[in-house]
Structures are given as C-alpha cells and as structure tokens.
Design a protein around this ligand. Structure first.
Ligand code: ZN
Length: 501
C-alpha cells in the first residue's frame, strides 16, 4: 500500500468515526434521552457533523485522493483498495458539488419545516404548510442541478440513495408493478372481509411480546453480543461497527403486529450490518451498499420468512403457550391469514404487502410532477386524492390523511421512496436464488432453523458491505438485473390462495 493510500485511509477512518459518534448520539436521542436534552443534543450533533464534513471535503483529502488514485492505478479492479478508492471518489465528488450556502439553507428551512408540518397536520391546514413545501421543492431542484443528472431532476436525488438507478429504469418497473398489483388489489378489496384479523388485536402483555420477539431474533441469528433491542417511537436499525448493531421496536399492548414484524424487519437490516466482512469494518466500505438492497434484507425476513406458513408451523405453538388466553382457541391457518390481511388504507406505514407499493408509486409520481413543475403545490392535495381514488378506491377524509400525512417532505427528503419498492422486488429474487442453492430452506424454516438462508445472504450480500455498487451486487447475487416477475408471481400465488382468487 502506498503512503498516500495509507494516509487517505487514516483520514477516512477519522471521518467515519465522527459519523459513528454522531450515530450514537442519534440512537440515544431516540431511545433514552430525556426531553430536556433536545436543544443541546442538536448542537452536539451539528458540531460533529460539521467537523466530519470539513475534514472530508478539505484540500488535504483532495490531495491524498488524487495521489492515491495515481499511485494505485494498476490495482486489480476487484481488490478492496480499488473499490475503496472508487467509493471515496464518488462520495468526495458528491460532497464537494453541493454549495455550502445550499446545505446551510436546506438545514435552516427543514429545521423549521418539521415543526410547521406537525402543526399544519394537526390543524388539517395544508395552506399553512404550502409555502414551506414550495421552498423545499425549490431546494431539491437546486440540489439536483448541483449534483447533476442526464435526464430527470429526480435521477440526481434518487442516486443519493440508490446509486445508478434512474427514472428510465424505474418507470417500466413501476408500470409492471402497477399492472401486476392493481387487478389483484381490486379483486381482494371486493372481499376484504373474508379474512378476519381480530385475533391480532387483543390485549397482549408487552413484556411477553418482547421476550417472544427476542427469542425469535436469536433463532434467526441476530447476535445479541453484538447488538441490542430497545424501544423507540419510530423503529430503526443503527450501527457503530460490525460489533455493535442496534435495533429498536415499538410495542402496542392491543396489537401483536408492530413489535413482532417490526422486530423481524429491523433484524433483517441488522443481519446485513453484523455480517459485513471484518476487514471492511471501520472503512468507507463498511455498511450496506444502498437503501434498496438494505430494504430487500428487512423485507425478506419480515415477509418471506415472518409472514409465511412454514415459519408459523414452528412458532405458533410457542406463541400459543405465551398467550394461551388469546390464542389457544385459534387455528394456525387462521393466524396465518390474519397476519396477511389486505385492505385499502390511507397511510403507507404498516400497509400490507399488496397495497404497500401503490403508496410508494403514488408518491414517486407526485414528487416527479412537483419537481418538474408539472404539478403546482396548490394543486397537490387534489392530485393526491385523485391518485388515492385511482389506486385504492378511497378518498382521504382530509389533507391530514392525504397529502400532509408524512414527515419526509418537511425533512427535505425527496427521491428515496422508490427504494422501498426496489427492496420488495429484490427480496423475492434473492429468496428464489437462495432456494435454488439450498432447496431445503423451507423445511429448515418449518423446524425453526435459518442457517442456510442466513449463510447464503451472508455470502452473497452481507459480507461485501458497500464494496460493490447496487447494480453490480444485484447482478452477482441475483444472477441478473432487477426483475419484477418473481415478485409479481409471489404476490399472485400467496394472496390468490389466501383470498381464493
Ligand atoms: Zn427498513
């Protein structure tokens, strides 16, 4: 290794460590920090973030990066060092393309916007939030222009979360997804009541929910010696190293689903981070490669494993023992149907597998129209409601349940919702590949064993961290590009059977 490469790695490790320290503060803020800590914590996080940013974009980084690139020109393309240089260059160029005044203005506008959004939603007053939304859309346009794109403004924003993905890739995928999902959704909506999920909504002791979920996580391979689970309002997974990958969940005393499936979901993210190769730890290649690939892991464990018949063949008797008063009279098959109930809903969060993607597509379409000025901010509520009617046959009772429902625009974030659907699509492709390699996986799951599945995911996805960009990693692991057909088949087969279609 050349001197400049070694010096560059040291500098990048400093930046990485500052970000990880910031992540610890973020975890604390969302789990144990008393409310009185908020103002000071915001300052502490901002200071760390500022130091990390200036260290990263500084002239010394530019010089070391350039020297290291020149001196290591002949490295094998697949070597860790060549890949590290590629990612460092990409991140450096992105970070230095954004003008400082744009970054500062975005931080200022969104800090205020979140409060204003919360008030506007509570008062169902879209007009109060509209001017702020206008500013946020304009800031996102300027960001996209600064980052650069070939075709569409949206491409520049999406690339931050899913490198190399564009609207040109997404449009046909989403068109196929709509074609596959909407007729199925309509047919199911006509017989929503044929599946009853009331068994899930009974009083369930929170301590017992926690114990049961933790036993399941342990069986699946989540390493509690390198992780922990705590409570938070919004569940998340965070990591500070491969030796410390934490998840959070929320408990509802009258509903089994949020803690159980939320835990499996966050565990899917955590297995990815716990599984990154040791030699990548602490480097710029630690951590999952994109939001879409990350989501493929969480959705695979939540849905393909956690909402499958085979999984509950093993776990339902244990769950019945844990909650005999609630479940001893319930048949396993009815429990399986209940957790897979489909219904039209106003809000994306915790939507079922069929309607989830329609919420994503709705937002993708509106964000594009707003960014490209084909839709005005004033007309956004009506456009939202029209799409809700088209996709779900529902009209929101008010803007609080419509265009104002979600916090993300007020945070300034646009362009990343599609990664949720990409994760869903990819989860089935990977599942099928894992089954080709290990045909006994379904029987193992019926016996509460997950080694073959987790091992395959580790070898093909987890251990690589962000060494490969998503398109390349998907090609290697799935044996080809992103393909919606396996996912469409899976939805049709699973829900066609449940609903007798
Ligand atoms: Zn997730």
């Amino acid at each position: 290794m050349t001197d400049s490469l070694a010096a560059l790695k040291t500098r990048l490790a400093d930046v990485h460590n500052l970000h990880m320290a910031e992540a610890v503060l973020g975890w604390d803020q969302q789990t144990y920090m008393p409310p009185g800590g908020i103002a000071a914590r915001a300052e502490q996080s901002a200071t760390l973030s500022k130091i990390a940013h200036s260290l990263f974009v500084g002239d010394e980084t530019a010089r070391l990066l350039q020297e290291a690139e020149t001196q290591n020109d002949g490295l094998p393309a697949d070597s860790d060092d060549a890949r590290l240089l590629r990612v460092a260059r990409r991140d450096f160029d992105k970070a230095t393309k954004l003008p400082e005044e744009l970054v500062i203005e975005t931080a200022r506008v969104t800090a205020l916007a979140q409060e204003e959004w919360a008030k506007a939603r509570a008062a169902n007053d879209y007009a109060a939030f509209a001017p702020r939304l206008e500013r946020i859309i304009d800031l996102n346009r300027r960001k996209a222009e600064a980052l650069g794109y070939e075709d569409r403004l949206y491409d520049a924003l999406l690339d931050q979360y899913e490198e190399g993905m564009t609207c040109r890739d997404l449009d046909p995928i989403f068109a196929e997804l709509k074609a596959a999902t909407m007729p199925l959704a309509r047919a199911i909506f006509a017989r929503v009541d044929s599946v009853d999920d009331s068994v899930l909504r009974q009083p369930y002791d929170e301590g017992l929910q926690k114990q049961f979920a933790e036993d399941v996580l342990r069986d699946c391979g989540y390493d509690f010696a390198r992780g922990r689970q705590d409570r938070s309002v919004h569940p998340f997974c965070t990591h500070f190293s491969r030796g410390d990958v934490r998840i959070t969940t929320r408990y509802q005393s009258n509903d089994l689903q949020p803690a159980l499936f939320g835990s499996l979901h966050e565990m899917g993210h955590a297995l990815y981070e716990q599984g990154v190769d040791e030699k990548l730890d602490g480097t710029i290649l630690a951590g999952g490669t994109s939001l879409g690939v990350h989501e493929s892991q969480s959705r695979l464990w939540e849905n393909l494993v956690g909402r499958s018949r085979g999984f509950w063949q093993h776990y339902f008797p244990q769950l019945q023992q844990t909650f005999p008063a609630q479940l001893s009279h319930v048949a396993a098959e009815d429990f399986y149907r209940a957790m897979n109930r489909v219904e039209p809903s106003f809000i994306r969060v915790e939507a079922d597998e069929i309607t989830y993607n329609l919420h994503i597509i709705l937002r993708y379409e509106l964000e594009n129209e707003l960014l490209e000025d084909r839709l005005s901010v004033a007309d956004a509520p009506a456009a939202w409601n029209a799409k809700m009617q088209e996709y779900f046959g529902l009209t929101p009772p008010d803007d609080a349940h419509g265009v104002l429902q979600d916090v993300h625009w007020s945070m300034g974030a646009m362009g990343y919702f599609p990664t949720y659907s990409l994760g869903n699509i990819l989860s089935v492709q990977l599942w099928e590949r894992a089954l080709q390699a290990h045909p006994a996986i379904p029987q193992e799951i019926e016996a509460g064993r997950f080694d073959s599945l987790r091992g395959w995911l580790h070898d093909n996805i987890h251990r690589h961290g962000s060494k490969y960009p998503p398109r390349e990693l998907i090609g290697r692991a799935a044996g080809g590009p992103l393909d919606i057909k396996p996912y469409a088949r899976y939805l049709q087969q699973k829900f066609g059977e449940i609903y007798g279609l």
